[in-house]
Design a protein around this ligand. Structure first.
Ligand code: NAD
Length: 255
C-alpha cells in the first residue's frame, strides 16, 4: 500500500448502498477518501460495490445498524482494513408513515431502532478510532420531519427529532476531543424511500409547499454532508443544516 493510500482519510457511510447514502459515498470518493459502506440490503450493496469498482478504496459490509454486535464488528473491520476512521455519516434510515393509532409498537421500535439506535451505536463504535486519528466528523442525516411535527410521522418524526438532540449531545461531549457532530435535515429527496412513502397525490402537494417547486437530489444532500466533514466547517459543531429548497422556512404544513 502506498503512503498516499494509507494517509487518505476514511469515511463510513451507513445505508450507503443506494439513494442519499450512495451519493454521499461518491462525494467522498471524488474527494480522495476511502469509503466503507454499511448496509442491511445485501443484494443492492453487492451491486453497488461492483459498480463503484474500486476495491482499494471501497469496503462494503453487510450490517444492520440497529444490532450492537454487527455494528462493532463492522467498524472494527473498517479500521482493520483502512487503519483509521475520520468521518461517519449516520444515513441508514427507514420510514413508516402512519397515524399514531395505526402504528404498531413493532413499527415504532423498528424506526427508532434504525434511525436513532443505529446512529448511537455507530458513533459509539467509531469514536475510539476517531480519537486515535486526532479528531473526526460525524454527520447525522435527520429530516425536516425532525424539526416540525406533522400527521403520519409519530415514529419517523420522533426518531429524527431525537437524532437531532443526539447530534447536540455528541457535539458537546466529543467537541472537547476534536470530534465535530452536525446534522443535515433534507426536505423531500427523489429516492426509493420517497417513492415508497409519497404517493403521486402527495408528491404534487409537496411541490406546492416547496418554494423551489421540486424535490432535492441525493447529490445536493451529499454536497452539504461533504462540506460539514471538510476543513471548511472546522468550527461548526452541533448544528443542523436544512437542505430543503426553502421548505422549512416557508412554514407551510408538511403534507
Ligand atoms: P433509501 O431507502 O433509498 O436508502 C436507505 C438505505 O438504508 C438503504 O440502502 C437501506 O438498505 C439502508 N438501511 C435501512 N435499514 C438499515 C439498517 N437497519 N442497517 C443498515 N442499513 C439500513 O432512503 P434515502 O431516501 O436514501 O434515505 C437516506 C436517509 O435520508 C434516511 O435516514 C432518511 O430518513 C433520510 N431522509 C430522506 C428523505 C427523502 O425524501 N428521501 C428526506 C429526509 C430525510
Amino acid at each position: 500500500m502506498s503512503t498516499t493510500q494509507t494517509t487518505r482519510p476514511v469515511a463510513v457511510v451507513t445505508g450507503g448502498a443506494r439513494g442519499i447514502g450512495l451519493a454521499i459515498a461518491k462525494w467522498f470518493l471524488a474527494h480522495d477518501y476511502r469509503v466503507a459502506l454499511l448496509d442491511i440490503g445485501m443484494s443492492t450493496l453487492t451491486q453497488t460495490e461492483a459498480e463503484l469498482h474500486n476495491p482499494e478504496r471501497v469496503l462494503a459490509l453487510a450490517c444492520d445498524v440497529s444490532k450492537p454486535d454487527q455494528v462493532q464488528a463492522s467498524i472494527d473491520a473498517v479500521a482493520k482494513k483502512f487503519g483509521r476512521i475520520d468521518a461517519l455519516v449516520n444515513n441508514a434510515g427507514v420510514a413508516v408513515f402512519k397515524p399514531i393509532g395505526e402504528t404498531t409498537f413493532e413499527e415504532f421500535r423498528h424506526v427508532l431502532g434504525t434511525n436513532l439506535d443505529g446512529a448511537f451505536l455507530c458513533s459509539q463504535a467509531c469514536v475510539p478510532y476517531m480519537k486515535k486519528a486526532g479528531g473526526g466528523a460525524i454527520v447525522n442525516i435527520a429530516s425536516i420531519s425532525g424539526l416540525r411535527a406533522s400527521t403520519l410521522r409519530v415514529a419517523y418524526g420522533t426518531s429524527k427529532a431525537a437524532l437531532l438532540h443526539l447530534t447536540k449531545q455528541q457535539a458537546v461531549e466529543l467537541g472537547t476531543v476534536g470530534i465535530r457532530s452536525n446534522a443535515v435535515a433534507p426536505g423531500p429527496v427523489d429516492t426509493e424511500m420517497a417513492k415508497l412513502v409519497h404517493s403521486v397525490a402527495i408528491r404534487s402537494d409537496y411541490y406546492d409547499t416547496i418554494p423551489m417547486n421540486r424535490y432535492g437530489t441525493p447529490e445536493e444532500i451529499a454536497n452539504a454532508v461533504g462540506f460539514l466533514c471538510s476543513p471548511a466547517a472546522a468550527f461548526i459543531n452541533g448544528q443542523c443544516l436544512a437542505v430543503d429548497g426553502g421548505f422549512d422556512a416557508s412554514g407551510v404544513g408538511i403534507p
